[in-house]
Every structure is written in structure tokens, then in C-alpha cells.
Design a protein around this ligand. Structure first.
Ligand code: SF4
Length: 462
């Protein structure tokens, strides 16, 4: 158990490395700046905030101008081929910057970089990238930067996170949050589910849960600092196994004093327990009325081939329980279109599922073979045109459902959290456009005056 947690000694040594980096860059740059680019999911966003925190501890200041940055960190995603292509072309854009300003340090990290063949590709084809590191090395950024700056040589820190290799948990990493009222709090890392199409277990390691006391301390600190919207993050939050289970952790997180909202993602349907639903029900003000429950498919043969470990019937049963406990809850999902061997009839089972559930919104993805996954080796890949046809059919069906769902808000008074620029979100995570600007991070009551499929409009009433 102990080897999961990075030792305080190692974390202390990182502070020393940060001081050494600070000394070097003071000489090397007039006012050292860091530019951060993130591809992919909320977990990557949260990781980038920690990389930013360490860079600031090393003496860099954040800039949004990559042209003038002295350190550029690209945090990549590997969930689909397209995401990797974007990350690689994104990296390619920095070639000219390095040519014009050779002292700039360019680092590539995250899930794409965690894969050995991608690390080699960057090594061989992107000579202007100075540092490549994997998903379990983020906490060592100060040490890795020191080595690059000290030696002037390119460095690679990628150790294979194969089936049995755990990954780590590093506490006390400084965080440079991108918002002063919305925050990500990672509660666990990795995944043990090995859905046959998914690369996450291969690049993020085995499930490991942070200590609940550390999580609750972080949440209390955020609430005391005025944060209003806190999202608990994990590839599979409801598999959290710290010194309490996820429903207990959520209950504790929702029981602090103050006006704030707690959200969580992502849930695996097989672990969405009655206990979790009960805890959500008992905190109508603090726990957001939004449940993201990825179904991926509505057909049992495909769910089995995906290794999802639940059936359509079991999934619908869970949805019924959630709705019975919280009639006003918004349910959203992820769906994969064109999984290998999926027939047109089996696809229609997915269309009928979204109609039966009546989701507020769905995130639809075209299946993309991921190296190292079981599905990538399967026969019967669906032609791309047909995948696109299914994608469009599903999106069109959902547009109608979402428009209908939104109509139920007409004339209602809802509490929203302003994001500034007349934009806000309600507890169901729906975008609400306000009739006037309200400072970001402020809760206001709004009367809904107009509804659209994926958005509402409202008049601020207090
Ligand atoms: S639960 Fe499945 S889809 Fe989600 S991260 Fe784990 S392996 Fe991937």
C-alpha cells in the first residue's frame, strides 16, 4: 500500500530542485514564463494545474503567449486517434518557436506521451522537444526541468504502466488553479476496468485512491477560499476505495458549511450504488443534480464485447432508481458509435436506449482503435461512412430529446452559478444565458424565459 504514495522525502527533494531551477532560470531568462497547453479530459486539466503550480514554484510566471514563453508544457490525450493527431500537430507548431528562441524548453507529457511508441516518435521526429514524461511523473517536474537545464540534453521519463504497474499518488503538489471559483479535485487515479476499446488503463495505471482526509482538507480549503463549484474527479469515481467508500466521501464533502456545489465524474454504471443515490438525494442544495452515466451502447452483445460489465436492463434499472430519488436530476452519457462488429440493428438498440432514458445530453464518439486494447485486434471494423451515418442519426435523435427536456424549465425559477459574460450553469449543468451580466462565481436566482435544446435563457430575479 505505502509504495503508492510518494514519500515526503521525495516531495521535499522536489522543493530543493525547484530552488535550483529558480537559480538557473534567473540567470538564463529576464522574467521566466511558462505556457501550458492541455488536450483531453478534466483529469488532464487538473494535472496541468499541478504542473503549473510546480512551474511557478520553480520561478516561472504563467503566460498565455506561447511565442514569448521560456517553458512550454503540452499535456496530451490518447483517448482517440484524432486527439493524438491534434497533440502532435500542436507540438509541431512549437518547432519555429524553438528555432527563433533556442533557450525555450519544450516538454510533452500526458497520456499520449505515456505510450512507448509515441515517446520514440517524439524522440525521433520532434528534435526540438527537450523533455518527455509520463502520467505518473508529473510531481517530478522540478527535478526533470533541473536535469534538462543543467545538462542541456533532451530527457525522457516514461516507464510502462502495464497491467500490474500501479502508478503513484503524490500529495502536497502546488496547484495553479485556472479559476478562482471553480475547482477540480482528483480523488483517485487510474482504472481497473479494461473496457476493450479504452486506452486509459494502459496509460493511467491501476486504480489508486487518495486518502479521504487529504481530499476533505483540500475541499475545505477551497470552500474557505470562496470556491463555489467543486468537481470530484476520477476515471471511475464510484470505485473510490480510500479509508471510506465514495458515497461516504461525497456525503462528507457535501456537509461542510458554506454555499457551494459538489459535482463528480466519471461514474461507471456497474458501481452506481443505491447508497450513492441516497447520499445525492439527501443533499439537494450542495450535490449538483447531474449524473453523468456513460452507457456506451444500448445492446447487450456489444456491451459484453466492450467488457462493460452491465446489461441494458441493469443500466435502465439504475436510471430508474436515480430518477425516482431525484426527479429533477439531469442524466447525461457517453456513447460509442460504430464499435467493431456492431450491426445496424444493434445500433438501433442504442438509439432506442437514448429515447427510453431521455438524456439531457449525450457525448457521442466514433469508435477509434487504440493500440494495445482488445478491441483494436477485433475483426469486423465498421466502415467510416457508416460510423458517421450512425453518429449523425444519434445526434439528430438526441437533439429532439434535449429540446423536449429543456422545455420543462420554461417559467421555472432556478439557481445558477455565474461564469461571467452573461453565462451561467444551473445545478443540472445546463448553460443558462442571463439577461444581464453578473460577476463570475456568484449564485443568482433566474426565471427561465426561453429554452433551446442545449441551453436556456433567463431573467435575473435577485
Ligand atoms: S471505465 Fe472503461 S472507459 Fe472508463 S476509463 Fe476505465 S477502461 Fe476506460
Amino acid at each position: 500500500m505505502t509504495d503508492i504514495y510518494v514519500s515526503p522525502q521525495v516531495m521535499e527533494s522536489q522543493k530543493e530542485y525547484a530552488c535550483r531551477v529558480r537559480e538557473i532560470i534567473k540567470e538564463k531568462y529576464s522574467s521566466p514564463t511558462v505556457f501550458l497547453r492541455t488536450f483531453g479530459c478534466q483529469q488532464n486539466e487538473a494535472d496541468t494545474e499541478r504542473l503549473g503550480g510546480i512551474a511557478v514554484e520553480c520561478g516561472y510566471t504563467l503566460t498565455d503567449d506561447e511565442e514569448s514563453a521560456d517553458l512550454i508544457i503540452i499535456n496530451t490525450c490518447a483517448i482517440r486517434e484524432h486527439a493524438e493527431k491534434r497533440a502532435l500537430s500542436g507540438t509541431g507548431q512549437f518547432k519555429k518557436i524553438k528555432k527563433d528562441r533556442p533557450n525555450t524548453v519544450i516538454a510533452v507529457c500526458g497520456c499520449m506521451a505515456q505510450q512507448e511508441y509515441r515517446k520514440d516518435q517524439i524522440k525521433n521526429s520532434y528534435p526540438y522537444v527537450d523533455l518527455v514524461f509520463g502520467t505518473d511523473k508529473n510531481h517530478l517536474l522540478a527535478e526533470m526541468l533541473y536535469t534538462v537545464l543543467k545538462t542541456g540534453k533532451r530527457q525522457y521519463y516514461v516507464s510502462g504502466l502495464s497491467h500490474d504497474k500501479l502508478g503513484v499518488i503524490a500529495e502536497d503538489v502546488p496547484v495553479l488553479r485556472s479559476s478562482d471559483y471553480k475547482a477540480w479535485v482528483s480523488i483517485m487515479y487510474g482504472c481497473n476496468n479494461f473496457c476493450s476499446y479504452c486506452v486509459v488503463p494502459h496509460v493511467r495505471g491501476r486504480e489508486r485512491s487518495r486518502n479521504s482526509a487529504e481530499i476533505l482538507k483540500e475541499i475545505k480549503g477551497l470552500i474557505d477560499a470562496g470556491y463555489k463549484d467543486i468537481t470530484l474527479l476520477g476515471q471511475n469515481v464510484n470505485s473510490y476505495k480510500g479509508d471510506m467508500d465514495f458515497p461516504e466521501l461525497l456525503d462528507a464533502a457535501a456537509s461542510a458549511n458554506g454555499e457551494y456545489r459538489i459535482r463528480f465524474m466519471t461514474s461507471h454504471p456497474k458501481d452506481a450504488s443505491d447508497k450513492l443515490i441516497e447520499v445525492m438525494k439527501n443533499h439537494p442544495e450542495t450535490i449538483a443534480r447531474h449524473f453523468h452515466l456513460p452507457a456506451q451502447s444500448g445492446n447487450d452483445r456489444i456491451l459484453k464485447a466492450m467488457n462493460r460489465k452491465y446489461t441494458r436492463e441493469k443500466y435502465l434499472e439504475t436510471v430508474k432508481k436515480i430518477r425516482a430519488a431525484m426527479p429533477d436530476v439531469a442524466i447525461t452519457t457517453d456513447i460509442i458509435c460504430g464499435f467493431p462488429t456492431e450491426t445496424a440493428e444493434e445500433f438501433e438498440d442504442t438509439v432506442s436506449l437514448i429515447k427510453e432514458v431521455g438524456y439531457d445530453m449525450i457525448y457521442t464518439f466514433i469508435y477509434s482503435p487504440r493500440p494495445g486494447t482488445v478491441a483494436a485486434k477485433m475483426e469486423g471494423h465498421i466502415p467510416h461512412d457508416e460510423q458517421v451515418r450512425r453518429f449523425k442519426a444519434l445526434s439528430a435523435a438526441q437533439d429532439e430529446i434535449s429540446a423536449e427536456k429543456s422545455k420543462s424549465y420554461m417559467g421555472k425559477t432556478v439557481k445558477v452559478l455565474s461564469d461571467g459574460n452573461q453565462e451561467a450553469r444551473n445545478s443540472q449543468n445546463k448553460i443558462v444565458t442571463l439577461d444581464k451580466d453578473v460577476p463570475a462565481g456568484t449564485f443568482v436566482k433566474v426565471e427561465i424565459t426561453e429554452t433551446k435544446a442545449y441551453g436556456l435563457k433567463g431573467k435575473v430575479i435577485n
